[in-house]
Design a protein around this ligand. Sequence first.
Ligand SMILES: NC(=O)C1=CN([C@@H]2O[C@H](COP(=O)(O)OP(=O)(O)OC[C@H]3O[C@@H](n4cnc5c(N)ncnc54)[C@H](O)[C@@H]3O)[C@@H](O)[C@H]2O)[C@@H](O)CC1
Ligand SMILES: Nc1ncnc2c1ncn2[C@@H]1O[C@H](COP(=O)(O)OP(=O)(O)O)[C@@H](O)[C@H]1O
Ligand SMILES: [K+]
Length: 499
Amino acid sequence: MQKIISAVQTRLADQFTIANEPIASIDLMERASVAFVSRFIEEVPLKTTMIAVYCGVGNNGGDGLAIARLLAAKSYMNVKVIILQHSFKTTIDFEENLRRVQQLKLPVHIFQSEDVLPIETSEVIIDAILGSGLNKPLEGSLKKWVEQLNQQKKHVIAVDIPTGMFADEPNSADSVVVKTDLVISFQRPKLNFLLPESASVIKRWHVVDIGLDEHFIQSCESELALIEEKDIQSILKKRDNFSHKGTYGHSLIIAGQEETMGAALLTAEACLNTGSGLTTAYVPSLGLVALNTRLPEVMAAIGEVDKIQWEKYSAVAIGPGLGTDDHSIEILKSTLKNFRGPCVFDADALNVLSADSSLLDLVPEQSVLTPHVKEFDRLFGAHENWTQRVKTMQKESTERELIIVLKNRYTLIASPTGMIYFNLTGTPAMASGGMGDVLTGIIVSLLAQGYSAIQAAMAGVYLHGKAGNELEELGYSVIPASKLARRINKTIGKVRSTK
Ligand SMILES: NC(=O)C1=CN([C@@H]2O[C@H](COP(=O)(O)OP(=O)(O)OC[C@H]3O[C@@H](n4cnc5c(N)ncnc54)[C@H](O)[C@@H]3O)[C@@H](O)[C@H]2O)[C@@H](O)CC1
Ligand SMILES: Nc1ncnc2c1ncn2[C@@H]1O[C@H](COP(=O)(O)OP(=O)(O)O)[C@@H](O)[C@H]1O
Ligand SMILES: [K+]
């Protein structure tokens, strides 16, 4: 698990590393710049590319100057430096790197407030104007310069963070930020890279290790963390030699209606392939033929709600394609009343819970809720931005002792401990109908197998995304959910075997 730290904590980590490694501040800047350049070369391999490095006068600008010098040393022939002197308060390391650049005789152009920037002729812009030191939205000449750069639609690569973007507080909708194709960021992604609002200014980001003290970073107080594969490996258990189907639990999936039987099939198929010992689907009788034909391994439960033998099941998933009619409300109420084991609430189950907060209050502790953003807002109210949603999910999860899985490109998982875990696996190729049903099937299967609710949510989300990544690598530009529901089986095997 990697802690995500704030801009303030990053500065402390810089200082700690400088004092304790020990390393001179200028040498740490050099190390950061070398790390940037090694990734930059992969992105822009052609040595004749015309590159303009736009530098501010703080340490982000200092990085920019060092990067310009290092690129020249790597035989990039057309590197120029533009210094935007928005302030006369330069940093020592900026000054030292300016001196080093001037010795190389690279072209350096300095612009002061009120100066108008000429049209940029370079193909690539490196944005080293401001970094994590941003303390207010861009205004005045900086704002004007950035607006002008954005109009030119160049290939822009930012150093550490796009100029004008806050690392960990929301930017207002009208704030001006450098629009980037790639951000090469130091040591950790910033919180805001992981929230959907970043899409308007960041196409891709990549983190490079600059050797900040990891022990210090991991000891920082932060309720935000990134899930790593090794965390999932430590969760996943081996299947024992003398184990049998009874060892791996019995999942009940309550899903599907006449027009949405597919949701039940996808959930059940994912559940089966994730290793639930037995899987039963409670579906309308008109879905029986489809279920038996498609998934012979899955049993069906049909008929009256009060005939369900709840005690047979180790875990329940309720909601995919269920509808929100009286029958769905009845079965949700029955689940809340009668089932004592772990439960996943998804899709229409969440919609029913949103419509009746007294039902939401009955959701047992340690249940897993898997809303997408619209379902989340229906449950917990409208939000102006994702920073607010992160706060709400933290509050609701701790107060209600629930695991909340807020699905997105980088799915967030809130634990009742107050921690928020971000998952980085997954791909836009997974943005297709039924993908959430598959996730629900994976999570309920893990619950049935005896994993704790937070383990099942974390492993489920990670493996779901990882299966998507693997399919994309196999050539799928769009992944049908049923494909992923089958693939998950291999993904689990692979993650477990690399232990
Ligand atoms: N030793 C270190 O501290 C290291 C810092 N590094 C780089 O340093 C960056 C942070 O550097 P700094 O803290 O010097 O800050 P920046 O270079 O981000 O900003 C410079 C200064 O601009 C001013 N400023 C902030 N917002 C402004 C605004 N909206 N309008 C006008 N002026 C504004 C502030 O006084 C700020 O200190 C990181 O993003 C990273 O690129 C790296 O070199 C790694 C090592
Ligand atoms: N752009 C994306 N990148 C990564 N994962 C995605 C993306 N779009 C969707 N997903 C994943 O696909 C699933 C979609 O869930 P959901 O919206 O409930 O779909 P459905 O209702 O069709 O089953 C979530 O797990 C989400 O994380
Ligand atoms: K920058």
